[in-house]
Design a protein around this ligand. Structure first.
Ligand code: IMP
Length: 211
């Protein structure tokens, strides 16, 4: 708010930025700009860096729900700002839901997408059930409530990787209703149907109805 003087000499407050602030507990610029666009005009969406959070967030839980809650709670408690955090995993039916919450480092702590995909393909070699889904959980925490939103996309795991787009397990995942992998789709096409987009859309609908 800026204090200004009117023509008659009265002071009035000029609204400069009435948008509510909310932190997205990520430093991934692609995720951030996607949500910023969806909430444009209603919320100012801040990255971790912009609230002064440079440290790695804790992710010590054994479920996507637990990890996204842990990350959001850490930021809320330490920085006292409304916040949401996401966590995503690939759940393969024939592998009892693995890699799931361990998707990022399934083949080890070096986080190589190629090694992670190879491990899934090797483990599936003797399985006939190749059904899988990506699942994203977003946890929102503000001063009055904690709410979780889920987004999923079902599909199958291919026998070999195909495509150059995307990241992570995209080259081995074909969503239901398509005959190409996520990595063969344009970024725009994938983002229309992705697990993350579906979870973000639920969050955005909630925030818009709440504001
Ligand atoms: P995060 O929770 O978004 O960091 O995702 C954890 C891990 O899941 C990533 O390191 C990837 O291996 C995998 N992953 C998440 N989202 C996607 C996706 O859209 N496509 C492929 N792999 C993904």
């Amino acid at each position: 708010m800026i204090k200004n003087r009117s023509a008659r000499g009265h002071f009035f407050f000029e609204p400069t930025n009435l948008k509510k602030k909310i932190c997205f507990a990520t430093n991934n610029p692609n995720k951030l700009s996607e949500v910023q666009q969806m909430l444009e005009g209603e919320y100012e969406v801040l990255s971790l860096k912009s609230i002064g959070c440079e440290e790695e967030l804790p992710e010590n839980q054994e479920t996507l729900e637990g990890n996204s809650l842990e990350k959001a709670q850490y930021v809320f408690d330490k920085y006292q700002i409304s916040v949401f955090a996401d966590d995503t995993g690939l759940e393969v039916s024939g592998l009892n839901g693995r890699p799931g919450v361990y998707s990022a480092m399934y083949a080890g702590p070096h986080r190589s997408d190629e090694d992670n995909m190879s491990k899934v393909l090797d483990e599936l070699a003797t399985q006939s059930d190749r059904a899988a889904k990506f699942r994203t959980i977003i946890t929102l925490i503000n001063s009055i409530e904690t709410v979780q939103f889920e987004g999923t996309v079902e599909g199958t795991i291919t026998e070999t990787p195909s495509g150059e787009q995307g990241f992570g397990y995209d080259p081995i995942f074909i969503p239901v209703g398509f005959n190409e992998t996520f990595a063969q789709m344009s970024c725009h096409e994938k983002n229309q149907i992705s697990h993350r987009k579906r979870a973000v859309q639920k969050l955005v609908n909630f925030l818009k109805s709440d504001s």
